[in-house]
Design a protein around this ligand. Structure first.
Ligand code: KG4
Ligand code: ZN
Length: 341
């Protein structure tokens, strides 16, 4: 009989539950209810709405998986970072299930989940350099083990995902902005607007998106001052914006590639679905003789399968939490040099 881990993800606007076989790593079930449409009219995630929607969606998902509950031997749940009111919904459910089944509970760092999304249904391949690009984070990490992940570079202000979402909002395109901007950019002229590449004259190995975002805003305002923006204008803005982002990410990653001998590299997080960014990094990897691992497109955005996969590593290392000790964690802004907890 299979031994399963039940995992829950509710850190932002996706309610998701998965069941993963602890031995074979097979994802036996994976369910997700996304709230994107509900938040899209506000141009971003509204925490109170997200939390109420998790409270409705999570029990529904659990109900659909109840035939498996006898085989569940552990429960994994995202505890941080994320929207605390949303995280609480998942944590409450995880505690209830773990208590009822009398099985161990494991709190998982959402960012470690994104990193382990690379290894869903496979063994981990470490050490690894990771560029984590999500809605809330932009970091380069050196990943040597589940408990050995250190930040080599981070953003000084916004994240890349946030910049995509904000530019989409400026262009009245809806939320989440990443996939919409990527699609428009494919039709656009990447050379039309010369947006500044952030920190290009700085030796600092860090990211910054707020200046670029501002430059895009000013350009949009200048176009609007001349009349209605055309579809071509929007495509060209999207394409030129993406070009500046990719140049920025490549310039800073290159500095790390020069210093780090780790052979494997991967991009994880919602933005890692972006073909243009992935293709840019494939070229960089081949120049530096690095092998690039990719996240299956089903698992680039938030999902519970990645939380289950990460929790299995914790379980194997004998790291558990208790119902009393497990808490929603604080959202600390981690500096370069610190480790993921
Ligand atoms: O990892 P994720 O699903 O959630 C967080 O942990 O934040 O990332 C969501 C972010 C959003 O900002 C979204 O616009 C962005 O990922 N994203 C993309 C693409 N798909 C999602 N950005 C650029 N290109 C995409 N294709
Ligand atoms: Zn995420």
């Amino acid at each position: 009989m299979s031994r399963l881990i039940l995992s829950i993800e509710s850190s932002c606007d996706d309610s998701s539950i998965a069941l993963t076989d602890i031995e074979s790593l097979e994802v036996v079930a994976h369910k997700k209810i996304s709230q994107e449409i509900a938040h899209s009219r506000y141009g971003g995630v509204v925490p109170e709405l997200a939390s109420r929607m998790h409270a409705v969606a999570l029990p529904k998902l659990l109900e659909s998986l109840k035939g498996y509950l006898d085989s569940v031997e552990a429960v994994g749940v995202t505890t941080h970072p994320g929207l605390s009111v949303s995280l609480h919904e998942g944590v409450i459910m995880a505690k209830a299930v773990a208590t009822f089944l009398d099985v161990p509970i494991i709190g998982v760092n959402h960012l470690k989940g994104h990193i382990y999304s690379l290894f869903i249904e496979k063994e981990a391949q470490l050490p690894l350099l990771v560029l984590l690009l999500s809605g809330g984070h932009t970091q380069i990490l050196s990943v040597k083990g589940y408990d050995d992940m250190s930040i080599l570079a981070t953003t000084l202000d916004d994240s890349v995902g946030e910049a995509y979402d904000k530019v989409a909002k400026m262009l009245d395109l809806g939320y989440p902005g990443g996939p919409i901007i990527e699609k428009l950019a494919r039709e656009g002229d990447r050379e039309r607007f010369a947006f500044p590449v952030p920190l290009q004259n700085s030796s600092r190995i860090a990211f910054s998106l707020s200046g670029l975002k501002n430059a895009v805003r000013l350009q949009i305002e200048a176009l609007k001052a001349k009349g209605e923006m055309s579809q071509k204008d929007k495509c060209d803005i999207a394409a030129s914006f993406e070009k500046a982002i990719l140049s920025h990410l490549l310039q800073k990653s290159k500095k790390i590639f020069k210093q780090e001998s780790i052979k494997h590299f991967a991009i994880v997080g919602g933005v890692s679905a972006n073909r243009y960014i992935k293709d840019g990094f494939k070229k960089l990897c081949s120049k530096f003789n690095k092998e690039m691992l990719e996240v299956d497109l089903r698992y680039t955005s938030d999902n519970a399968a990645m939380i289950g996969r990460a929790a299995i590593e914790a379980l194997k290392a004998g790291k558990f939490d208790t119902i009393e000790s497990l808490k929603v964690g604080a959202n600390r802004q981690l500096e370069a040099g610190s480790r993921l907890d």
